[in-house]
Ligand binder design. Structure first.
Ligand SMILES: Nc1nc2c(ncn2[C@@H]2O[C@H](COP(=O)(O)OP(=O)(O)O)[C@@H](O)[C@H]2O)c(=O)[nH]1
Ligand SMILES: [Mg+2]
Length: 323
């Protein structure tokens, strides 16, 4: 059975300590295990559109109401926050995010960059899982935008670390999640499930006791599968390295480190956004290129197919002519 030790921790507190010249030596409540790079704690970032149930999901994972939740339209999480717990003896770090994955979260908005920077800082050296939270039966255009934003924030390839978490599991009414996913007529959801390697899970965030433990065990099984696939590797990039350096140097002490770091955040997100655009543009070219490569590899088969088609056309023409 899971035992939990918790520590709520906000970016503001962290920056405040940077200002005071302190180093980040965040430890779990009772275990004293360091959360610094190299530790074996499982790091999860909650991503998705506002109101989907990110904070509630974080609470379910930690089995404690550490993150504040509110009705869909009124997001209460304004700053990135993190909290830690343990599951089966392993330390878990959960980062809850404010609205940074919405269409309205414009790139020019300084607060958005600060929060992206905070998200990186709170999850160094990088997350094992990007838990994409979406409400069961409500996968909308806003969720699609959120997925794109997640890729802009964490870079192309972010989907390799994504696990889809459907909230409101109780809406299945005891039905099977696999059947729901297999039979949904929402093509964008189907495509996302494929993109995420069919890694998904469902939570009823109002559940407690055995039901809560059971759904958490299911999520952990999916995450363990993902970790095996990556052989323990986690999502990381240049910006995580910068965040780590900032932490180690206590660079925010005079505000200069923080200023430079935020400029880097802005640059990196812009780069990743551009990269995504180019990837989309190149998609058609790549498809043609792959087709050409396939033809080159299967040259004899292609020649055979071409001759068969010609022969078929010829026979068709003869038949039509005789009619
Ligand atoms: N019934 C039910 N309500 C949920 C579930 N998950 C989240 N909620 C509710 O949905 C609302 C938004 O949740 P919240 O975690 O604040 O969303 P966030 O903006 O993504 O962090 C809150 O009122 C939650 O209580 C769930 O699985 N079942
Ligand atoms: Mg929230």
């Amino acid at each position: 059975m899971a035992g939990y030790q918790l520590l709520g921790h906000t970016y503001h507190n962290k920056m405040e300590r940077f200002r005071q010249g302190g180093r980040d030596s965040c430890t779990t409540g009772g275990g004293g295990e360091s959360l610094n790079p190299g530790s074996s704690s499982l790091r999860i970032i909650l991503v998705g559109k506002t109101g989907s149930g990110r904070s509630a999901t974080g609470n379910s994972i930690l089995c404690q109401p550490v993150f504040e939740t509110k009705l869909a339209s009124q997001s209460v999480t304004r700053k990135c926050q993190r909290a830690t717990g343990t599951w089966n003896g392993r330390s878990i770090l959960v980062v809850d995010t404010p609205p940074i994955f919405e269409a309205e979260a414009k790139a020019q908005d300084q607060e958005v960059y600060e929060n992206i920077g905070a998200c990186y800082l709170l999850s160094v050296p990088g997350p094992h899982v990007l838990l994409l939270v979406t409400q069961l039966g409500r996968f909308t255009e806003q969720d699609v935008v959120a997925v794109t934003r997640v890729k802009e924030v964490f870079g192309a390839g972010a989907e390799r670390y994504m696990v889809i978490l459907f909230t409101h599991k109780e809406d299945l009414d005891g039905g099977s999640l696999d059947e729901y996913v297999a039979n949904t007529d929402n093509l964008r959801l189907r495509s996302l499930v494929r993109e995420c390697g069919r890694r998904y899970c469902a939570f009823n965030n109002r559940a407690s006791g055995d039901e809560q433990r059971e759904q958490l065990a299911q999520l952990m099984a999916v995450i363990e599968g993902l970790e095996r696939k990556h052989q323990g590797a986690f999502l990381t990039n240049e910006l995580f390295f910068d965040a780590q350096m900032l932490q180690q140097m206590g660079g925010g002490a005079h505000g200069e480190g923080q200023r430079r770091y935020l400029a880097k955040v802005q640059l990196q997100v812009a780069k990743q956004k551009q990269g995504l655009k180019e990837a989309k543009r190149n998609w058609a070219f790549k498809t043609v290129f792959r087709l050409k490569a396939w033809i080159a590899l299967n040259y004899e088969l292609c020649v055979c197919l071409a001759w068969c088609s010609l022969l078929f056309l010829l026979i068709l023409l003869i038949i039509l002519y005789q009619l």
